[in-house]
Design a protein around this ligand. Structure first.
Ligand SMILES: [Zn+2]
Length: 117
């Protein structure tokens, strides 16, 4: 990858990082002690039975969503760190070059296919 391509990728990832944080802020509170860790907020719609039931349904849904978003956020941060370190495109586990087709399909891949499974 050329420096320009890496720069563009980093910009894209930065944008995605912001989007993920926005989404997380809507449903969860940031843990001030651990970067990239969020705690789901309990929604509050009211005290009626159906409102309470909806709160529990949404809390459940948001809990799963928060974990998914956190995972994505952390992998984007790792990828951006690798771009900064100049190790982007190398497998984190075995150090071999990750094929460019894989990186195109999944820019945040930090491991080669063999090590990812
Ligand atoms: Zn590997």
């Amino acid at each position: 990858m050329t420096t320009d391509e890496l720069q563009k990728l980093d910009n894209d990832l930065e944008q995605e990082e912001k989007n993920l944080i926005d989404q997380l802020n809507r449903i969860a509170n940031k843990n001030p002690l651990a970067s990239g860790d969020f705690t789901v907020r309990t929604p509050s719609y009211g005290n009626e039975d159906d409102e309470n039931a909806q709160e529990i349904t949404d809390l459940d849904k948001n809990f799963a969503l928060t974990q998914e978003l956190e995972t994505k956020l952390n992998s984007i941060r790792k990828t951006r760190q690798k771009i900064k370190d100049g190790t982007y495109g190398k497998c984190d586990n075995c150090g071999s070059e990750i094929p460019s087709e894989r990186l195109k399909a999944m820019p945040e891949a930090i491991r080669c296919i063999t090590c990812a499974v």
